[in-house]
Design a protein around this ligand. Sequence first.
Ligand code: MG
Length: 257
Amino acid sequence: MRIVRCSAHGQASYGVVRDEEVHLLDRSPFGVEEPVETGRVVALEEATLLTPTEPSTIYAIGRNYSEHAKEMGYQLTGTPSVFLKPRSSLLPPGGTVVLPPPSASKQVQHEAELVIVIGKAARNVSEADALSYVAGYTCADDVTARDLQRSDTNPTRGKGYDTFCPLGPWVETELDPSALTVRCRVNGELRQDGNTADLLFPVPFIISWFSSWSTLLPGDVILTGSPHGTGDLADGDSVEIEIGGIGTLTHRVVASR
Ligand code: MG
């Protein structure tokens, strides 16, 4: 099942995609009560898609593919390298990433990532049970001001600018996350071509580990890290994040005006 959130009839609604149509739901599917279909339908092509979930927290793990850690010059320690992104960094599918002014950052990069969407509150969850807390999976670009990430003492600002978390286009609920292709194209050119089979910390471990110190809430997201091949973004770029079994998230890039 594919879950979207879209702007329809003057309000934001969740919906289920079937046969190129969005069947609107009466409530969030990431809550305690089961949603029901309202009977209202919007053509997928005409729907204005929003981020497919409204997370209370955007968790992220870095250095989770050895080739990417190598290209960044990081030492792997065996402990997950984690950070949070602000909610104000969220960007809907088809949105536009706004680069910081050059006086603030001169190097902004793309990072194609599989995203876990949490389906029910998770605290101290075992790896064996972890996948039962997942609502589904979506795509993100963990947009990063690399120069700020390197110059600051922690990655918050470099990862946290407004628009730096394009998310979507939908949540795919029926998916095995263990071996999915993770690709990024910029202006049609293939820049990243990885596979979640190479995750240093796989999905069940990630959920179990984050839940060992924080309660993961329904609708929360965890960005699982980026394969190698991250590269610079520039004014006018068109970016596609494609994950096998999910689909393609697109966004554009503009310079700050
Ligand atoms: Mg990342």
